[in-house]
Design a protein around this ligand. Structure first.
Ligand code: TXA
Ligand code: MG
Length: 335
């Protein structure tokens, strides 16, 4: 018997990995570490379990879930076609933070894909996720383990704070090393379309495929069924109002009335940022990879301080900076 109280995160011992796999097979919910963010995992073939994911997350049913599997054989059972471009990307980036959207097979319940004929699928890189997937032997649907629209979790403690009592088990696999969600790429016969920037950069994809088209807001609105329904403007939202700024080396009073408590979420160490109540520096090194790894946790820490405003520094629009700016723009959007 373990001394861990129910719903507290547990270490990923072989025994707990076995428990997680069993819970998934039985239709339960598991807080599962991946290299990007923690997932709210359920057996993708069990419609009742999938329905519970939507319920626990408070997620609209039109927003489909990503399916996670351990290997290529499991992928092949869930898609009707795995084109050559997919093969190239899979051999380069799987296991890893890349999700491919492909025509789904009849095995996949419509609830998982929100009625879309395509499934979003990936093989994650986190050893704990892979071990659980292998042992469960079923495909696992997992959105990020946060209430719909809120900040994504990058530690087991974040999952516990936000969804603790509602999950059957939370596995603690340590802080997520990538820190932003997977890149979502739609592969059509004629073109590849980037639906969500993420852990694999546009530049990396283009090195493999040539040109990749970046979906615009108009694409997401025009497509029926919605191209990527989860791409709603407001997402990743802190409770504190958030604004973006190119220049943060100005007094905080430039952004809010005198006397307001303003926090700064900075990419690198600012030269001279005056008047901020709190400064959270994501990457003293100036490396986007470090900024991504600490991004959601940094935003969370600032959000917990009861500030009047968070000023967030815009990232360079290259590599992981695109994914980070995407999250920032959505965090700043109010409705
Ligand atoms: O890194 C990640 O992808 C994490 C970890 C847990 O794997 N998961 C994640 O899931 O971010 P979620 O549900 O928070 O975001 C899934 C995104 C949404 O924007 C959703 O609309 C899109 O993927 N998506 C899922 N299935 C899709 C489909 N069949 N067609 C198009 N977009 C899809
Ligand atoms: Mg999410």
């Amino acid at each position: 018997m373990s001394a861990t109280p129910p719903h507290q995160p547990v270490p990923p011992t072989p025994e707990n990995i076995g428990r997680a796999a069993e819970i998934l097979r039985q239709g339960g919910l598991v807080g599962l570490p991946t290299e990007t963010v923690y997932g709210l995992a359920a057996n993708a073939l069990d419609e009742q379990a999938v329905a519970r994911v939507f319920e626990v997350k408070g997620r609209p049913k039109f927003d489909p879930l990503i399916v996670h599997v351990a290997d290529q054989t499991a992928v092949d059972a869930l898609v009707t076609n795995f084109p050559e471009a997919a093969e190239r990307l899979a051999s380069r980036f799987w296991p890893g933070p890349l999700t491919l959207v492909l025509p789904k097979s009849a095995a996949v319940p419509d609830l998982v894909t929100a009625g879309s004929p395509s499934i979003a699928i990936r093989i994650p890189r986190h050893p704990v996720a892979l071990a659980v997937l292998q042992e469960a032997g079923v495909p696992v649907a997992a959105p990020s383990a946060n209430p719909f629209g809120r900040i994504s979790p990058t530690t087991a403690e974040h999952v516990h704070e936000q969804l603790g009592g509602k999950l059957d088990l939370i596995l603690d696999g340590g802080p997520c090393v990538v820190g932003v969600e997977s890149t979502v790429l739609l592969l059509q016969e004629s073109e590849a379309v980037l639906l969500r920037p993420g852990g694999i950069s546009l530049e990396q994809l283009e090195r493999e495929l040539g040109t990749v088209r970046v979906a615009t807001a108009a694409d997401h609105q025009a497509a029926t069924p919605l191209l990527s329904p989860g791409r709603l403007p407001q997402h990743y939202a802190p409770r504190t109002p958030l604004v973006l700024a190119e220049m943060v080396e100005s007094p905080a009073s430039r952004f809010a009335a005198e006397g307001a408590r303003v926090g700064l979420l900075a990419f690198t160490t600012p030269l001279l940022a005056t008047g901020y109540a709190e400064v959270e520096v994501l990457a003293p090194t100036g490396e986007l990879r470090d900024a991504a790894a600490g991004f959601f946790a940094g935003l969370r820490r600032l959000d917990a301080l009861g500030l009047d405003l968070i000023v967030a520094q815009v990232f360079p629009e290259i590599g992981l900076g695109r994914a980070l700016n995407d999250r920032l723009r959505r965090a700043a959007s109010r409705g």
